[in-house]
Write a protein that binds this ligand. Structure first.
Ligand code: ADP
Length: 480
């Protein structure tokens, strides 16, 4: 008896909605390319389409080989569904088992082809081989433990299990192929299988969306917590920094008073205010005086740094003629260089017309920076080498003052640390005195003056440190 629709027609109709499901899944994957499970799931409707193309052959299954191919694509389709589910739930995939499983099915097909097995026997094998990956998919999905998307998980598992129910029904009634092909039970149950495929696919999509939403909520909570922790850590660090600055300020004040006394008294001894000194006494007094001066410089540097960090630097910006600046600063720099028998070369530019140009700066702070550059040039070079001071018209906005030496240079891996406080760029264990704050102070000061700082250096050849000072709009000021 012919029921209202035969299997071939039903199967060819199924090709249409499998195509819709495939497009849907593919578009969904394009939206979520990081979830590769979706791409595997695309294989599920894809191989069903292949099967429906084969099984819709209305010429009464003329080609046996094609039926075998259709059956294999059914198994492939559910195997890909299973791989997607395993990937989605982050279980470990045993690809060897999967290859073995597909291989076993192929061997059975070849054997059935060889012995000419009848259609019901072959159909039974397809159903049995198909149930296993579906059960594995259900097993994988049941591993999703989060209660936040329990409904979506239940929905998907329900519809995936639904077709297992139909398959079990088929195995239990042990159908005859002739009845199965046209009988109402097979048409109804096949329709139910297709229905379960539609809902399974939709279930996978909504489950993925729910999981993604849940992950986002979790991530945002995590970020919020992290943000709170960061704020607390920042507050603590700020507090510690304030305490450190307070300590440095107090300590420097406390130290400077006795230190000034030591320097003052040793200086009066040096100047022989209280009579002549013998050779040993002269040597010791010089040491006391030199050590005192050095200590005072270090303490002053520390105080400067803590003032800068506290934002307590007072800058007095004024329009100044470069020549005026150099007239006041060069004698000081010459003295620093002269101390160690080195030579300070003042480039002709400085003596030329360019220096009548006006810049905007704080004279005392600029002098402080140049002193630091020149002292470093002396400290980190051999005796009797030269130090060059130069200026350059960089562009419309800046004039550059640079200090070059022929000293030891700076290794490239230290470049990024050079302006960080307390960084000695590899000189921590050297005999050269210093605490690594001079350049950091210089950087802070020039930046407050809206200028820039920079350097270039080559190990064994020498270094050039420069500051770019903003030009005044007035361009030129009378040379005083
Ligand atoms: P300090 O000289 O007290 O260590 P600075 O902040 O002035 O501190 O300099 C930081 C580091 O940069 C120095 O310890 C030194 O290693 C390196 N440096 C600075 N100027 C020069 C230079 N002209 N030549 C070689 N190295 C330099």
């Amino acid at each position: 008896m012919n029921f209202f629709i035969d299997i071939a027609t039903l199967t060819s109709m199924s090709g249409v909605f499998y195509t819709v499901l495939l497009v849907l899944l593919f578009l969904f994957w394009r939206q979520n390319p990081d979830i590769d499970a979706i791409l595997w799931w695309c294989g599920f409707p894809f191989f069903r389409i292949i099967n429906s193309l084969i099984a819709s052959d209305t010429t009464d299954y003329v080609s046996d080989i094609l039926i075998y191919a259709g059956n294999f694509s059914i198994i492939l389709s559910d195997t890909l569904l299973m791989i997607g589910c395993i990937k989605f739930t982050k279980l470990r995939i045993q690809y060897k088992l999967i290859y073995g499983y597909l291989g076993l099915f192929l061997i059975i097909c070849f054997y059935q082809f060889y012995v000419g097995a009848d259609l019901p026997t072959r159909a039974r094998y397809v159903v049995i081989f198909d149930v296993i990956p579906i059960i594995a998919s259900i097993y994988a999905l049941s591993h999703l433990s989060n209660a936040e998307y329990a409904m979506e998980k239940f929905f998907t598992i329900f519809w995936t299990s639904f077709q297992v129910g139909v398959f079990i029904f088929w195995i239990l009634i042990d159908f005859e192929y002739s009845n199965m092909r046209y009988g109402p039970s097979i048409v109804i149950s096949l329709t139910l299988v297709y229905l379960s495929h539609i809902f399974t696919t939709l279930g996978l999509i909504i489950l993925t969306i729910a999981k993604r939403r849940n992950n986002l909520i979790f991530e945002s909570k995590k970020h919020k917590k992290l943000e709170e922790e960061l704020i607390i850590a920042l507050e603590k660090a700020q507090f510690a920094n304030e305490e450190k600055n307070k300590f440095l300020t107090n300590m420097s004040h406390e130290l400077r008073t006795p230190l000034n006394a030591i320097i003052g008294f040793s200086e009066s001894l040096k100047l022989r205010f209280y009579g002549e000194l013998n050779q040993k006494q002269t040597e010791y007094v010089d040491n006391i005086y030199g050590g005192g001066e050095l200590l005072l410089k270090l303490i002053t540097d520390l105080l400067n740094l803590s003032n800068i960090e506290e934002g307590r630097v007072e800058i007095k910006l004024e329009e100044v003629n470069l020549q005026h600046l150099f007239a006041k600063t060069l004698p000081l720099l010459e003295e620093i260089v002269g101390h160690d028998n080195e030579k300070l070369i003042i480039n002709d530019n400085i003596k030329g017309t360019k220096i009548s140009f006006a810049v905007i700066l704080d004279q005392i702070r600029t002098k402080q920076i140049l002193i630091n550059f020149v002292s470093n040039a002396v400290k980190y070079s051999d005796k009797n080498s030269i130090v060059i001071i130069d200026i350059d018209d960089v562009n419309d906005q800046f004039f550059r003052i640079s200090v070059s030496d022929q000293g030891m240079g700076i290794a490239e891996d230290q470049y990024e640390n050079i302006f960080k406080p307390f960084n000695r760029a590899g000189n921590d264990k050297s005999n050269v005195e210093g605490i690594g704050v001079g350049l950091s102070i210089a950087k802070n000061l020039i930046e407050v003056m809206k200028g820039k700082i920079g350097f270039r250096s080559e190990v064994g050849i020498g270094s050039t440190f420069w500051i770019d000072i903003p030009k005044s709009k007035q361009r030129q000021l009378p040379i005083s």
